[in-house]
Design a binder for this molecule. Sequence first.
Ligand SMILES: [Fe+2]
Ligand SMILES: [Fe+2]
Length: 195
Amino acid sequence: MTQDTLEGLFVSELKDLYSAENQLTKALPKMAKAARCEELQQGFVDHLQKTQQHIERLKEIFKRLDKEPGGKKCKAMEGLIKEGAEVIEENKKESATLDAGLICAAQKVEHYEISGYGSVKAWAGLLGLTSEAALLNKTLEEEIETDSNLTKLATGHINKEALSGSNGSGDNGEETNGGDKHSTNRIKRTKNRMR
Ligand SMILES: [Fe+2]
Ligand SMILES: [Fe+2]
C-alpha cells in the first residue's frame, strides 16, 4: 500500500512502534534472566514495565484516531532482538562480557525507538494532534532516560569488569581484585597486538 499523506505515514510508523514494543515485552524477561549484574537485571525489569505503558499509550492514540494498532510487523526490532539472543548464546553465562554485550544490544533497541518516537512526535505536532504529541513525548523521554541509564551502567563498571575478565558481581571485591593481574596481562597483550 502506498502512502502520500503525512497522516498515513504517521499511522504506519505508529503500527511499527506498536509491533516493536510488543516484541520487546517478550525479549526483556530473557535479557533480565541472562544479566549477571543486579542493577542491569533490575533495569530490564523496570523497562519491561515502562514498555507496557508505552503499549498502552499507543493503544490510546489508535483509539483517538479511530484506527487499529495491528497489521504490521517491525522487522528491525525482530532483527535487533535476534542479535540480542546471539549475544546471550555467544558469551559465557554470568560474565561481565555478557552484561556488556546485553547493554550494547539494549542500546541498539533504545536508539531505534528514540528515532521512531522522535519522528512520530514531530509529525503529531504538525498534524495538530497536540495531546497525542504529548503522549509520544512522554515515551520518548523514557526511552532517552533508559538509554542514558544503560550508558551509566556500562561506563560505571560493567565495561571495566568485562575488560578485566571479572565474573564477580561487581561488589564482590575478591573476584574483582582477582581479575586485576589478568587484566594487566590482557592489556599488555592487546597493546602488543596493536603495535
Ligand atoms: Fe518503548
Ligand atoms: Fe525502550
